[in-house]
Design a protein around this ligand. Structure first.
Ligand SMILES: [Zn+2]
Length: 248
C-alpha cells in the first residue's frame, strides 16, 4: 500500500468508530485494529491490562528485537465527551504508520499505546503511570507523540522534556534546525502533564513532541476536519530522518 493510502486507511477507521473512551465498544474495536495491524507487520504483542477505579485499562505494547529499545508512545483513549481527532487520534495514526516504515530498520523499537491518559479531569495518565511503575524493558530513549495532526503544525520544546531529557530534546530540535524544519521551534513554550512525565520520573529519557497551540483541545471541536494527514506524515518523516542521521 502507498504511504498516503495507509494513512487514509487508519484515519478512516478512526473516523468510523467514533470516540475511543475506555469501557466502550469503540475502544475495544480500536484495540483490536491496532493489535491486528502490528501482528500483520510481525511485531511481538503484549497486552498489559489493569483496573483503576473499577474500569479496565489496556496498554498495548509491540516490540521488534530484544531490549535496548527506542520507545515510541502515544495515548489511544479519548476524553469522554469529545471526538479526540488530534488528542490523540493523530498519535495513533502516526504510530501505525511508523510501524510500517520502521519494521526493517536495524534498531529495536517498542511501540506503546497508553490507555487512560485522559480518563478524568486533569490527565490522570493511568496507562503511562502503570507502564513506568512496572517497566521491565531496557529503553535507550523514547518519544511521546500527542496532538501532532493540526493543519497548522507548531511543535515547541516542552519544558519537562528539556529538564529531564535535555540531551535527547536538544538533539531532536538541533536536528530540526539543521533541516530547516518549518514546524519545529527550538524554544520552550509549555510545561505539560502528559505520558512522558511518569516515564521521566523513573529515569526513562523521553521527549514529548506535541503541538499545544491547538484551540480545540479538550473541546467538542477537536474533530477530524481539523486534522491533516500531511502534518502527521511530516512528523513521521522527521523522526525517520532524525534516526538515520543522528542516533543519540
Ligand atoms: Zn487530552
Amino acid at each position: 500500500m502507498l504511504k498516503d493510502s495507509l494513512l487514509l486507511y487508519y484515519l478512516n477507521f478512526l473516523i468510523s468508530i467514533g470516540p475511543r473512551v475506555p469501557g466502550t465498544e469503540a475502544h475495544k474495536e480500536l484495540r483490536k485494529f491496532i493489535y491486528e495491524n502490528f501482528k500483520k507487520l510481525s511485531y511481538k504483542a503484549e497486552i498489559d491490562s489493569f483496573y483503576k477505579d473499577g474500569t479496565k485499562f489496556y496498554n498495548l505494547i509491540f516490540k521488534k528485537g530484544k531490549n535496548n529499545y527506542i520507545l515510541l508512545g502515544t495515548h489511544y483513549d479519548t476524553k469522554p465527551g469529545i471526538e479526540g481527532a488530534n488528542d490523540s487520534g493523530s498519535g495513533v495514526i502516526l504510530l501505525l504508520y511508523l510501524a510500517n516504515l520502521l519494521k526493517d530498520f536495524k534498531e529495536n523499537f517498542i511501540f506503546v499505546f497508553f490507555d487512560g491518559e485522559d480518563f478524568g479531569e486533569n490527565a490522570p495518565l493511568f496507562g503511562s503511570k502503570h507502564f513506568a511503575e512496572n517497566n521491565k524493558y531496557k529503553i535507550k530513549y523514547g518519544i511521546i507523540f500527542d496532538m501532532i495532526g493540526d493543519k497548522n503544525l507548531d511543535i515547541y520544546m516542552e519544558g519537562y522534556s528539556y529538564k529531564y531529557a535535555r540531551n535527547l530534546t536538544e538533539k531532536l530540535f538541533n536536528h530540526a534546525e539543521k533541516r530547516k524544519c518549518e514546524f519545529m521551534f527550538k524554544k520552550i513554550k509549555y510545561h505539560l502533564i502528559d505520558d512522558h512525565l511518569p516515564l521521566l520520573k523513573k529515569g526513562i529519557k523521553v521527549c514529548l513532541l506535541i503541538d499545544f497551540d491547538y484551540p480545540y483541545w479538550h473541546t467538542e471541536e477537536d474533530t477530524w476536519d481539523k486534522i491533516s494527514i500531511e502534518s502527521i506524515k511530516k512528523v513521521g518523516e522527521f523522526f525517520i530522518d532524525f534516526l538515520e542521521n543522528k542516533i543519540p
